[in-house]
Design a binder for this molecule. Structure first.
Ligand code: ADP
Length: 191
């Protein structure tokens, strides 16, 4: 019997993996920041990324003119182990608004597109919108993973997409969602 918790899979030429940890410690080409539309810093993962990257990051985001919900913009990583930060803005959760899942999907898709446009090979995501923006992680995880699955169907520079979950409960939710995705698509191989 297969475990209901899946942590690492291959999709086409790339690996998709889930881990528990602090995204600011990830040595990847780019980490994704769950920013707000001002791009001027905030709490949660945004605050942690700005603290770890140093004040040059705020100087770099200040000149970008903000970012719309569902879009993404790229800066250097400065003092981070990651070379770049992809700043995306997820939606504030609202249960009755059907555009909210589309905006969450768009935030992930635009981040991946930006990574590929810059020929990046590895990118790490936090659980966008699931903190201050209130998106239930049970609802967000399948959307995030499905976008990655769809994106990896096409040729791109990406070889590794990692979700870095803050705490065991969030990791378990993503692991179950990844299990469900592997059940739906025969071209996803468990590693
Ligand atoms: P949002 O405003 O998009 O909801 P938050 O930063 O409030 O963004 O939360 C997004 C997710 O990031 C939450 O699940 C939160 O637990 C998680 N998080 C907070 N700090 C970190 C970190 N250092 N590394 C990875 N994830 C983090």
């Amino acid at each position: 019997m297969t475990s209901e918790f899946v942590t690492r899979v291959s999709i086409q030429q790339a690996v998709l993996e889930l881990t528990e940890g602090d995204i600011t410690r990830q040595t990847v080409d780019a980490i994704v920041n769950a920013a707000n539309s001002s791009l001027l810093g905030g709490g949660g993962v945004d605050g942690a990324i700005h603290r770890a990257a140093g004040p040059q990051l705020l100087a770099a985001t200040r000149v970008l003119g903000g970012c719309q919900t569902g879009d993404a913009k790229l800066t250097p990583g400065f003092n981070l182990p990651a070379r770049y930060v992809i700043h995306t803005v997820g939606p504030v959760y609202h249960p009755d608004d059907e555009t909210i899942p589309q905006l969450l999907a768009s935030a992930h898709r635009r981040s991946l597109e930006l990574a590929a446009e810059h020929q990046l090979e590895s990118v790490a995501f936090p659980a966008i919108s699931t903190g201050a923006y209130g998106y239930p992680v049970e609802a967000a995880a399948p959307i995030a993973l499905k976008v990655v699955y769809s994106f990896l169907q096409r040729e791109s520079s990406l070889k590794l997409v990692r979700f870095v979950l803050f705490g065991g409960p969030a990791l378990a939710v993503f692991q179950r969602a990844l299990h469900d995705l592997t059940q739906q698509h025969t071209d996803i191989r468990r590693l």
